[in-house]
Ligand binder design. Sequence first.
Ligand code: XIL
Length: 393
Amino acid sequence: MNRSLPLVPACLFAAWLLSGCAARQTASSAASPAASSIVTSGTPSLKAAFKKDFLIGTALNLDQVSDKDPATAKLIPEQFNAITPENLMKAMHLHPEWNRYNFEPADKLVAYAQQHDMRVNGHTLIWHSQLPGFIRRIKSADSVRQFFTDHITTVAGRYKGKVASWDVVNEALNEDGSLRKSVFLQHLGEGYITEAFRLAQQAAPDAELYYNDYNIEQPKKRAGALTLIKNLKAAGVRVDGVGIQGHWHIDNLPLAAIEESILAYSALGVKVMFTELDLTVLPNPWQNNTADVGRTAEAKAGMNPYTSGLPDSVQVRLGKAYEDLFRLFLKHKDKISRVTFWGVNDGQSWLNNFPIRGRTNYPLLFDRENKPKPAFYAVIGIRNGNNTEKLND
Ligand code: XIL
């Protein structure tokens, strides 16, 4: 059975991040889009189609907000009305040294959003990953607390009134629902999550505040996330929403668990969002015997089967998976406020380099030339009621 991607051993994910991929702003293992490949006019717009339902977001990097590629520059504001910075607001980029912040790239993203009337979700204030190097050299709890307080206050404060919402804490849970042993838990204790929300609320009183994580649709981890949200509320701290990342496999979409989660989270009175949606079509190296992976050239080729294009049969499965997902999202549109794709087109997706570098993946709705894929039309079709179930406006 395939498993959703982030179920890789945490140490391998961490090692991959530390190895330098983390700093890469865009990743492409296949041809980058030709400047001439402008999306044909007449292509339906996702943001228009789902206007009455929820926001449609994408994750952007510096190249995209600098309008480097004309095809992508045209596509983004046509299709999306919300942005999450894929990397630009992570601590390693925003706060590279103890006493130095680098706001320029993130400021550009915020200005781009204002120019195109798009809502920014800040990602992310407190996360154990993609931290600046100096954190690893800190030995005292006092210094960690100082970093923590200064970082949240400075970053949330700078974008006050400009960033509509924050992923205040990202990925604080283990798969069994317990708290991850991050640098923050180790030095600050369990109260760090409440403290992070409290500081964010003080610094940016008008911003919505979210908890974001992967696999929190799965029962055990979901139970941990529900407890986390209840604890915040019990402490009198505001939490406005929960972000389910949504890095899934086309053949293993946990639809029942997703639906149960939408209901369980919204029953606590918080908004539900799908914040990093992408559906991998490639084999998961961790599903079988991990030790075999990459041992032979043959094994490597098996892990990267679609280098010269996606077969129609897989294209159809991808479309069906997206269709099932969006049918569910629309069923619960009153509880879902945003669906954000983790990237614009397949060529830019992080899944070309995770969990194995240099593969050719096809997880999004637009291909490497920014052309809408069959999955795009499946999603649009669901909204227009062209599929199995009719939907009310
Ligand atoms: C990923 C980015 O997409 C990559 O470019 C980067 O190298 C590593 O991080 N969960 C998250 C996101 O919350 O921030 C991660 O983004 C993907 C997993």
